[in-house]
Design a protein around this ligand. Structure first.
Ligand code: ATP
Length: 199
């Protein structure tokens, strides 16, 4: 039985917060690998223009290139909308029939889980590995009321937290600065060469 972490995201751009979440989960939960699953057209983020899929795929492959346990998976961005996690899991199950799955998410995603499509059905298909994120407090009682069973479905990761977000990086670049030390150098170079987020 293999143990697989699933890290879905917009990755616009991928940054150290994502990579640290994946690595901490890999070590603590003894995962065999972590699949990075860029979303095609996220249901949560339709209010802003998302960078084209090929750019985001390229940035993720650059971000994970040094870690043999990290794998780019295009299942989500290659299917048609809507891109909900609850319908992605059965597709991944077909590809990995014998794996135990952990969905890796930040504390902000856990807090917002009640707004996801069918969160209760989702947590019947996988466990959640959560790294708290500065600024996202969890009200466990409210969460349990909204998503029954959530408390026992979560593995809280125990490690340093990072407040880096893609939003802050996009803003930083838009203001004319380079995103040095916020994400891997190869990704920073790609952003610069392709004039991403330049406003
Ligand atoms: P944006 O700022 O555009 O909303 P983001 O930085 O939150 O983007 P996403 O691609 O939306 O990045 O995140 C994918 C997953 O990674 C989410 O579950 C999110 O909570 C988690 N994540 C992102 N950054 C961090 C971080 N610094 N610490 C913990 N989890 C994180």
């Amino acid at each position: 039985m293999s143990r697989i972490g699933l890290l879905g995201g917009t990755f616009d751009p991928p940054h150290w917060g994502h990579l640290w979440l994946a690595e901490l989960a890999r070590v603590e939960l003894e995962l065999d690998k972590v699949l990075f699953l860029p979303v095609g057209n996220p249901v949560h983020k339709q209010r802003r223009v998302i960078t084209a899929v090929p750019h985001r795929l390229h940035m993720v492959s650059l971000a994970i290139q040094d870690n043999p346990h990290f794998v780019l998976d295009t299942t989500d961005c290659n299917r048609s909308a809507p891109h909900t996690t609850v319908t992605l899991l059965p597709l991944l199950r077909q590809a990995y029939p014998n794996a135990d799955f952990w969905l890796l998410i930040g504390g902000d995603s856990l807090r917002d889980l009640p707004t996801w499509v069918e969160p209760t059905r989702l947590i019947q298909q996988c466990r959640l590995a959560v790294l708290m994120r500065p600024g996202a407090e969890i009200d466990w009682q409210d969460l349990e009321t909204a998503v029954p069973g959530i408390e026992t479905a979560v593995d809280l990761l125990d490690g340093p937290t990072l407040s880096i977000s893609a939003t802050a990086i996009r803003r930083w670049v838009q203001n004319g600065f380079e995103p040095t030390y916020l994400l891997p150098t190869a990704v920073a170079k790609y952003i610069q060469q392709n004039h991403l987020y330049a406003g």
